[in-house]
Design a protein around this ligand. Structure first.
Ligand code: AMP
Ligand code: ZN
Length: 116
């Protein structure tokens, strides 16, 4: 997708603080970290959100989760982490390219969601 921020980051057209890369996924530090560890993992190929995935995407979805623990441990969160995928309007997704948030640090991340 030519006009997608995270496609441009994955392609190196927009700078990012890289944490990891392989043939399927790219990981980088969130520009506005919400916790001491805040890494985003994205598929290199454009997928708009978890609502748009197809069976063809299963390998990349597996890789997204498979690299999470290692990325957390290598980036200041060795004792666990929170992983979040926001999807669509109700999920609060702001960037329309599927991404896995990895949040952590030395202290617990806190409650999963606030009661409304
Ligand atoms: P979401 O609300 O789940 O769509 O999360 C989007 C995330 O992307 C937010 O946490 C932003 O801080 C982050 N973000 C937006 N632009 C950039 C960028 N250029 N580099 C790194 N992270 C970004
Ligand atoms: Zn994209």
């Amino acid at each position: 997708m030519s006009d997608c921020l995270f496609c441009k980051i994955a392609a190196g057209e927009i700078p990012s603080k890289k944490a990891y890369e392989d043939e399927l996924v790219y990981a980088f530090h969130d520009i506005h970290p919400l916790r001491p560890t805040h890494v985003l993992v994205i598929p290199k190929r454009h997928i708009a959100s978890l609502a748009q995935v197809t069976a063809d995407d299963e390998p990349v979805l597996g890789r997204l989760l498979a690299v999470a623990a290692r990325l957390a441990a290598e980036n200041g969160s060795p004792d666990g982490f929170r992983s979040i995928i926001n999807t669509g309007r109700v999920g609060g997704q702001e960037v329309a390219h599927l991404h896995l948030h990895i949040l952590g640090g030395p202290e617990p991340v806190g409650p999963m969601v606030k009661k409304i």
